[in-house]
Each structure stands twice: as C-alpha cells, then as structure tokens.
Design a protein. Structure first.
Length: 75
C-alpha cells in the first residue's frame, strides 16, 4: 500500500511540475508575441518613412532620365 501511495504522490508532483512549466511557457509565448507585434509595427513605420523619403528621389530620377535619355543600347 505504501508503494502505491508513493507512486501516486510522485505522479501528482510530476503533473504539478508540468503544469508550472506549461504556465511559464504560456507567459513567455505571450511576451514573445507582443515583442513580434511591436517589431512588425516598427518595421511598418520604417517602410512608410522610407517610401516617403524615396519618392522625391524617384521623381528626380525620372527627370534625369527624360533630360539625358536614360540608358540605351547601341547596336
């Protein structure tokens, strides 16, 4: 009878340890997901800034191509 109680206690302790570890993993996953969301938001803002700053340069490039004829192959 004592062996059965010992096995039952060890099984309960094992389940408790697994439960604690599952909670810790869940909390870390939530923190990681929040960090990924924040990073995605920052990347989106950086893309918008890049597009905004690149548009004047692109328009000047088009003006240069019209003025100088662009790159043409000679045959």
């Amino acid at each position: 009878m004592s062996w059965a109680m010992l096995q039952l206690a060890l099984a309960a302790a094992g389940v408790a340890v697994l439960g604690v570890l599952a909670v810790r993993v869940g909390l870390e996953v939530r923190r990681f997901a929040r960090a990924v969301g924040d990073s995605a938001e920052r990347i989106g803002r950086a893309v918008e800034d890049l597009e905004r700053s690149a548009s004047p340069l692109a328009s000047r490039g088009g003006e240069w191509r019209r003025a100088y004829g662009g790159h043409q192959r000679e045959e």
